[in-house]
Ligand binder design. Sequence first.
Ligand code: GDP
Ligand code: MN
Length: 373
Amino acid sequence: QPAIRKISEKHDKVFVTGCQEPDTSKPRANAAFVVLARNKELDGVIESIKSIERHFNRWYHYPYVFLNDGDFNQTFIDTVKNYTSGTVEFGKVGPDMWGYPDWVDPKVAKEGINKQGDNAIMYGGMESYHFMCRFYSGFFFHHPLLAKYEWYWRLEPEIKYFCDITYDPFLQMIENNKTYGFTIAVKELRETVPNIFRYASAYKRLHNLTSKGLWEMFVEPQPDKGPEPPQDDPLKPKEIDPDAMEGESYNMCHFWSNFEIARLDFFRSKAYTDFFRMMDRSGGFWMERWGDAPIHSLAAGALLATRDIHYFRDFGYRHTTIQHCPANAPGLQLPRQPFLELTTPDPRKRAEEDAYWEAFDPPRENGVGCRCR
Ligand code: GDP
Ligand code: MN
């Protein structure tokens, strides 16, 4: 993962090493958890709330904002309130932020989506998934319930934190002048974003943006072609490879956006708005299945510097089959290496890992502990 190393070593350090008595004497940041969900996901939502409360929010009590394109039912609202230690607001996402915009012909878009379904592109045939990706790419930060906040921490159903977070990451982001934080970076499925990089690249070129160091994280290194072969006629024009885009192509790397801690101002900026608009107008949210993760990542690549990004390498985090285990992260002086995003389906290996963490960092008397489980 040379891309991650780029962030981890020179420009960014772990905020706090080890567990400490959570310091709750300082005022909270102007921040909230943001959860987009449907009523039928209640069980997964509660699983996530239990985990974030157990490992962080029982000390800090940050508020939650729940959003839905439909209406939350009373069971959902009551159950969520039962498990949260911060205030909770529930909001609806209107048609201005969800569904087809008026400049899109829904028939054409639907055909595009159906075709992706026929081609077995993951979630490609699912209209609502396209709506969700576009909402998280271009709109959530404009939702009226988020207007009063400067920072957000994204939560999803069925996520798990397995280390106690005994400091306030928002305050650390502020103190260290960070804009965007992630904990896992993975490769996107190429067939979901065949043209995304062409547009992101064009945006960068059209706005005369020069890389502040982060862009290279998303660029596939070109194979070294060696010295140019001698040409018979030095005046003969060199051949141009029509597939080469400015000599750059996408390496599919992106920050996995189901976890994000970021400054809302970044997404509300004119630069990001222009970026989203250009990407949106290309039709890629319909004719391809662009996720909000590569959209956020490429925008960051075009607009931010490496030092603006924070890698939460100390957060143990899991969603579905992918997890990040701090024991494997660079920059943390712990035994075990190298850095790996683990997919650990083998229960025996998982048990081994759990035992390792039990021995390495047992829960303390005050209930604070850091364990991979
Ligand atoms: P995955 O993590 O990529 O498999 O996608 P998810 O199905 O988990 O969706 C990402 C997030 O968007 C989750 O928080 C979902 O609850 C939410 N989500 C996805 N589709 C919809 C939808 O149609 N309506 C609402 N309200 N939430 C959605
Ligand atoms: Mn999910």
